[in-house]
Design a protein around this ligand. Structure first.
Ligand SMILES: Nc1ncnc2c1ncn2[C@@H]1O[C@H](COP(=O)(O)OP(=O)(O)OP(=O)(O)O)[C@@H](O)[C@H]1O
Length: 737
């Protein structure tokens, strides 16, 4: 069940079911821990002399008891139960170790089993706080949830890494260059120092020494450049591969997917999200690897110089990771909201531009402006929130750094007084602390950026996980087809409106060598029947047969070559008229092209154009009139000599004899005409009349007129409870003839 939260956001109530068990967990762990500690009391004399090892041994002994306790919550055990048990067990041991390494005395227990019961409470509160900080907090305003019919995409990071791994050759080359450049960079100061030492010892500036400095510099410069090149190449290749994969996957989706997903939203996935996802791993690897190596090496030096101080200074790392993790979770959620909001804005703009004529006609400019400004305001609000949170977390990080620095200075002051370190060691240590600090910052920022970029791909993976429901595995490709179509008890309901069946037990035939017309009032299901015959959709029950064979058994491309649909407002591709008619049949004979074009009635207007066959039709054929576009589309269809030609509101008055001519001349074997024009309907060999998604009459025009039933009512434009038919006057006139 889903309940709406805010605008457009849906939150599943499912996870709420986990809340009682999540709430029980802390109490259960507390009781289990108390029991474990009572059991451990006899071991206190054995564990105490072991010091830190004893503390960890105690933790190891408590852990199984805590873990077993979490099983009591099965089958509704919360996902983080084991992590919680581990955190509770390890907290006092980690604290004890830290205290020991810093040489602090007095505060806190050694063994928890030997301490006062209050320490048990402190331990559990600390563990709960740590777990709460680690859990990703919710985003105010809500991230739009993925609709329930779209599969969720788990493991965005794993999938980004898997995608990157496919380009492992380029990645390997980039990483190799990165390592070589880092070696060159590290060796530079080292060999410079050696040269200085050589000069000071009186050996002078030898060619070998200069050569070493130059070689280190050249290695660094050369491989830094190559590293950049390879990472850029990696990004470009990933982008190409992911775009192609996404596109190939999308074009095979069901029509309902496209009807439910605005084009601009899909465009945003390609233009914004694909580049972000593809830059995640290359940029991450480029930044992170170098900083990781440097942080580890310098960190090791710090530990070698002053272990106690190093431990205190390096405390910044886990604390930084924790705050960064919280920041990252919020940033990712906000980022997703931001991407959704941008896609919505883009979709709104596209819709407005596409429907500009309608907007003008209804003078709806102001409403559109308001809607756009509302979308922009939502985006701006999210952006402001992102910036505010960024500023807040930057402040937290700086405060953390400052606090640790003050603690280190305080502690070093003690150690200086105790003479455990010298002033020189302290200076070196502080310099190292700055270096390691900057690399840790790069690591944290870089990792955060990597996660955010990887998370931007969530929708992409969701689309890639989406499987089309249509079966396109047919293999039949008979050399010849009669073009005999049978609808056998076909029922169909649109998934978007499951309450309302559009076709109900529809049975009729379209015989080979004939022109059959599908008639009926608006909304009676004619175009839906055509969509089933064209296999744009599949029936819910019943079968559509072509020459006695169910459509899914035909090979997908073969079927679409043999069953060709021309719609009332066909879409042409950018290019010339010739290219549009040929479309994939570039090697056909000129005579065939001329014949199809003449038969479609397109020859006259093409010859009248200044550029003739080479006239550019513009985007979607927008430079041609609607009637001209139809004729070009008709010529394109006839050139293919289809077994079944479907004409959905294509024939004008005066064209009614054309379909018969095409059948007789063999340009099409069977023609199915959908029309509201009485002259076109009357010219058909056979008529099938639909009403409310059911076949109510079949026969010739003369038979149906004589029957004075649904067909006659249709021609008169009355008698139907459905929407009135357009052009009824014309039908009436014709009926009177
Ligand atoms: N994608 C869709 N999702 C949900 N319902 C749809 C969809 N397309 C069409 N319908 C509904 O199916 C019914 C039949 O539509 P269809 O387009 O097949 O009728 P038609 O007879 O071709 O109408 P017209 O003569 O106006 O073209 C209509 O009530 C329509 O609202």
């Amino acid at each position: 069940m889903q309940v709406p939260v805010g605008e457009g956001a849906l939150v599943c109530t499912g996870p709420a079911m986990a809340l009682p068990s999540a709430g029980l967990l802390p109490g259960l762990l507390l009781v289990a821990d108390a029991v474990a500690l009572v059991l451990l009391v006899p071991l206190v004399p054995v564990l105490t002399p072991l010091g830190v090892a004893g503390v960890w041994l105690e933790a190891a002994l408590r852990l199984p008891v805590l873990t077993v306790a979490t099983w009591l919550l099965a089958p509704r055990r919360p996902p983080g139960a084991i992590a919680a048990a581990f955190t509770v067990a390890a907290t006092p041991a980690a604290f004890g170790t830290f205290r020991y390494l810093l040489g602090l005395s007095g505060a806190g227990p050694g063994l928890l089993a030997a301490a006062s019961p209050a320490w048990l409470g402190v331990t559990h509160v600390a563990a709960v706080l740590a777990l709460l900080a680690w859990a990703p907090p919710p985003v105010p305003g809500g991230v739009p949830e993925t609709p329930s019919n779209v599969p969720k995409a788990p493991g965005t990071v794993r999938r980004v890494l898997a995608l990157t791994w496919e380009e492992r050759n380029v990645l390997g080359a980039a990483v190799l260059c990165l390592v070589l450049a880092a070696i060159g960079e590290t060796l530079g100061p080292y060999v410079t120092g050696k040269v200085l030492d050589a000069i000071r010892s009186g050996d002078g500036l030898t060619a070998g020494a200069v050569g070493m400095v130059a070689a280190a510099g050249a290695t660094s410069v050369l491989f830094s450049g190559c590293r950049g090149c390879f990472f850029l190449l990696l990004k470009a290749r990933l982008r190409q591969s992911l775009s192609l994969r996404l596109f190939s996957h999308l074009v095979h989706q069901d029509l309902d997917f496209f009807q439910g997903t605005p084009a601009a939203e899909l465009l945003a996935r390609f233009s914004t999200e694909v580049p972000r996802v593809c830059s995640a791993a290359p940029t991450g690897a480029n930044q992170l690897l170098r900083s990781l190596v440097m942080a580890l090496v310098v960190g090791a030096f710090m530990v070698g110089l002053a272990p106690g101080l190093a431990l205190l200074a390096l405390l910044e790392v886990p604390l930084g990771i924790t705050t960064r993790r919280i920041q990252s979770a919020r940033e990712q959620a906000l980022q997703r909201s931001m991407l959704e909001a941008s896609a919505r804005t883009a979709s709104g703009v596209q819709e407005s531009v596409g429907a500009i004529e309608t907007i003008r006609i209804f003078s709806a400019e102001e409403e559109e402006e308001k809607q756009h400004s509302c979308n922009l305001a939502k985006e701006l609000k999210l952006k402001e929130q992102m910036e505010l949170e960024m500023a807040f977390f930057t402040l937290v990080h700086r405060m953390l750094h400052l606090t640790i620095r003050v603690l280190v200075l305080f502690q070093s002051h003690q150690q200086l007084r105790d003479a455990t370190i010298t002033a020189g060691v302290l200076v070196t240590f502080l310099l190292y602390q700055d270096t390691v600090g900057s690399h840790v910052q790069v690591l944290l920022y870089g990792f955060n950026e990597f996660l955010t970029n990887a998370a931007a791909g969530q929708k992409i993976w969701e689309y890639l996980d989406r499987k089309p429901t249509r079966d396109v595995g047919g293999t039949r490709e008979p050399p010849k087809l009669q073009g005999h179509v049978t609808f056998q008890k076909v029922s169909f309901t649109y998934p978007g409106n499951p309450e309302r069946p559009v076709l109900k037990d529809v049975t009729f035939e379209v015989r080979s060598g004939e022109v059959t017309a599908l008639a009926g009032p608006n909304g009676s299901g004619k175009s839906t029947a055509v969509a089933l015959l064209e296999r744009l959709r599949d029936p819910e029950s019943g079968k559509v047969l072509l020459d006695g064979i169910p459509l899914p058994e035909y090979e997908h491309q073969y079927l679409h070559r043999k069953v060709v649909l021309v719609e009332q407002d066909p879409i042409l591709f950018s290019g010339t008229i010739r290219e549009n008619i040929l479309l994939g049949l570039e090697h056909c004979k000129e005579s065939e092209l001329q014949e199809a074009t003449t038969a479609a009635g397109a020859m006259d207007f093409i010859q009248g154009l200044e550029q003739g066959w080479d006239t550019e039709v513009g985007e979607y054929g927008g430079r041609l009139a609607a009637g001209e576009r139809r004729r070009v589309a008709l010529a394109r269809a006839l050139l293919r000599r289809p077994a079944v030609l479907i004409l959905d509101e294509v024939l004008d008055d005066g064209d009614e004899a054309a379909a018969q001519r095409w059948v007789r001349s063999g340009l099409a074997q069977t023609v199915l005409v959908v029309s509201h024009r009485s002259r076109v309907l009357d010219a058909a060999d056979c008529l099938v009349v639909l009403e409310h998604g059911a076949v109510v009459e079949t026969g010739t025009s003369a038979e149906l007129r004589e029957r004075c039933g649904a067909y006659s009512r249709l021609l008169l434009g009355g008698g139907s409870t459905e929407a009135p038919r357009m052009g009824s006057e014309e039908g009436t006139a014709s009926g009177r003839e």
